[in-house]
Design a protein around this ligand. Structure first.
Ligand code: ADP
Ligand code: MG
Length: 591
């Protein structure tokens, strides 16, 4: 029979570490938060091999004396709260007193610290939770914590780590967030001996945004400032023309803590409902300051989620503030793209509806006056385009479809053999283009168009690293990007169907998918489907002023698709009301 026993501290700590230390970035997060809590004005974060071999955080904060340093490594030792009710008014990042002992239990851990008013510092080394030494040391006032061989003592945990690139991306992201939230603190981030960013203390948030996210993003933002009772919202949001395919650039902070808050995220998305197309997300760097008694941060082990005591109040405050800002700064400024010498409108190449159709692929689409500054060339490594344009099979039963009329913008009404059809023009075009692109990708014959003037793009370090790893893959899909200088790239060729003016936003869409792991070259089918989906959505959205398909052609092309009923993202392309349903609606069964 097993007997009940209390786990030795070391084991308990290793278990608790699972909550706090889920990955290297979590260690960095805890250490940076401690430095900020200690009033640091300068923080240097250094790491190697995605954090697995080394993470070091050094600050000039208030430091610890010998007794405190030893206490800090005990479980539930914290200087930040004393009684449970303190949890209701947290002004610090830390409060559980768990981070240091948990980290020390799963790594080789070294703490060096000195308070300004004493001459000697103290060094404590712990390996896998076991104290190796405690001794005096000389060091500047402040604290330096070095964590090496993370999960060395618990090898099972190592298996769960992702590639160094992924882990390092998380670390970089984490440090960027804290740097963003604390412009008054100088931050330096060093990876494998290379400075990723170095940002001196600055007055203004926009300066920080520029340093960390680049000038292009900073130029697409406008300020927000609103003050209510016990709550304030400050920061920057994207101008309505700037949007993203993911929520990665929608960053929210509550009391300077980067958080995932459904309330905030949805309030931002909702505020943009009228100014952004569906499926696009705004950019935002928003800081909500709220009375600490009105927010609960103690709901998630890694403190990523927060809960507001009065959710609807926060929501309506944020929406009101953003709508106000959007109205004020609404002079529509497009996403900052490098100027192309000629205004180029999209030339969407749609598949031929029927073999006998004599129209060329661009029929009905005016060639841009003066011609775009492009040279058409087959994509690197791709087979030359086939001599004759391919044709969708003639859909059976097409003869039974008759176009009736167009009702409110973009809905077309047909009579079908079964009844009445209402077709969404954009949704249908998305499906048609999506299948065409998928075919082209699969056959390796994506055409690209070379830009006369390459479009420069400045990326943040995480995106830059990701893009750098995928240049060959993207080139094979018509998007040729070359690295030039740290975090800078040039778009040299874009797929033939893309409006060159959309080159930069399209690349950012692609980066969104890369970040979410949806463009893994090892899974080409999934990756291609994703590119085609992004491409179709963007090409169709950009189609604004272009000539339109004939009603009969459109339906023929749609019915020629493999899956004509839905857009690539799953919305219906048309709805059909059968004769029987009509009869029922008119209550004819009684006649
Ligand atoms: P918590 O932050 O929840 O209090 P930690 O385990 O992260 O718990 O830290 C324990 C204690 O160690 C803190 O309360 C603080 O007093 C002290 N400490 C940790 N890091 C630093 C630092 N960089 N500078 C000064 N004191 C620190
Ligand atoms: Mg802490």
């Amino acid at each position: 029979m097993a007997t009940i026993h209390i786990l030795p501290d070391k084991v308990a700590n290793q278990i608790a570490a699972g909550e706090v230390v889920e990955r290297p970035a979590a260690v960095v997060k805890e250490l940076v938060e401690n430095s900020l809590d200690a009033g640091a004005t300068r923080i240097t974060v250094e790491f190697a091999h995605g954090g697995r071999s080394l993470m070091r955080v050094e600050d000039d904060g208030r430091g610890m004396d010998r007794e405190d340093a030893q206490l800090a490594l005990q479980r539930h030792a914290t200087s930040k709260i004393a009684v449970a009710s303190d949890l209701d008014r947290l002004g610090t990042f830390g409060f559980r007193g768990e981070a240091l002992p948990s980290i020390a239990s799963v790594s080789k851990f070294e703490l060096r610290t000195r308070r300004a008013e004493v001459d000697t510092g103290i060094e404590i080394a712990i390996h896998g939770g076991r104290t190796v030494h405690v001794k005096d040391c000389g060091m500047p006032a402040g604290t330096r914590i070095t964590v090496s061989q993370l999960f060395g003592p618990v090898p099972a945990r190592r298996k769960f780590l992702k590639s160094d690139t992924t882990e390092s991306a998380h670390i970089i992201q984490c440090v960027r967030f804290y740097a963003l939230a604390h412009p008054g603190v100088a931050f330096t981030l060093i990876e494998d001996g290379r400075v990723i960013f170095q940002s001196p203390a600055c007055e203004a948030l926009l300066e920080r945004v520029t340093e960390i996210f680049g000038k292009q993003i900073a130029a697409s933002l406008m300020p927000v400032e609103a003050i209510g009772e016990g709550v304030a919202l400050r920061g920057f949001i994207g101008r309505p023309g700037a949007s993203r395919s993911t929520r990665h650039d929608l960053i929210t902070f509550v009391n300077r803590r980067p958080v995932d808050s459904r309330t905030l995220t949805y309030a931002v998305i909702e505020s943009y409902q009228a100014s952004l197309p569906r499926g696009r997300y705004p950019l935002a760097f928003l800081f909500l300051e709220i009375d600490p008694t009105q927010v609960d941060v103690n709901v998630h082990p890694a403190k990523r989620e927060v809960r507001f005591r009065h959710d609807p109040t926060v929501r309506s405050f944020v929406i009101t503030a953003l709508l106000e800002a959007l109205r004020g700064g609404a002079e529509p400024k497009p996403e900052p793209v490098a100027p192309q010498p000629v205004e180029v409108r999209p030339a969407i190449v749609l598949p031929q509806p029927m073999p006998q159709a004599a129209r060329t692929a661009q029929a009905g689409q005016p060639a841009a006056a003066g011609g775009p500054p492009l040279v058409r060339s087959p994509t690197i490594g791709a087979a030359p385009p086939p001599p004759a344009p391919e044709a969708a099979p003639v859909p059976a039963g097409l003869a039974g479809w008759r176009f009736i009329s167009e009702i409110e913008a973009g809905y077309w009404v047909y009579e079908s053999p079964n009844g009445l059809v209402i077709l969404d023009e954009r949704a249908s075009l998305e499906r048609i283009l999506f299948e065409k692109l998928e075919r082209e990708f699969a056959e390796g014959r994506t055409e690209s168009q070379r830009m006369l003037f390459a479009v420069p793009v400045e990326l943040d370090p995480v995106a830059a690293a990701l893009l750098g790893d995928h240049l060959v893959f993207l080139a094979a899909h018509g998007l040729e990007v070359a690295a030039f200088g740290r975090n800078f790239f040039r778009i040299e060729a874009v797929p033939a169907w893309l409006d060159p003016a959309d080159a930069e936003p399209f690349l950012r869409d692609i980066l969104g998918s890369l970040r979410e792991g949806r463009l893994d070259p090892a899974k080409p089918a999934v990756a291609r489907e994703n590119i085609a989906r992004l491409a179709a959505a963007r090409a169709i959205a950009a189609r604004r002023s272009v000539g339109r398909e004939e009603p009969a052609e459109l339906i023929a092309m749609l019915l020629g698709c493999e899956r004509p009923l839905l857009t690539p993202s799953g919305r219906p392309t048309y709805i059909e009301i059968s004769g029987a349903e009509l009869a029922q609606r008119f209550q004819k069964e009684n006649c």
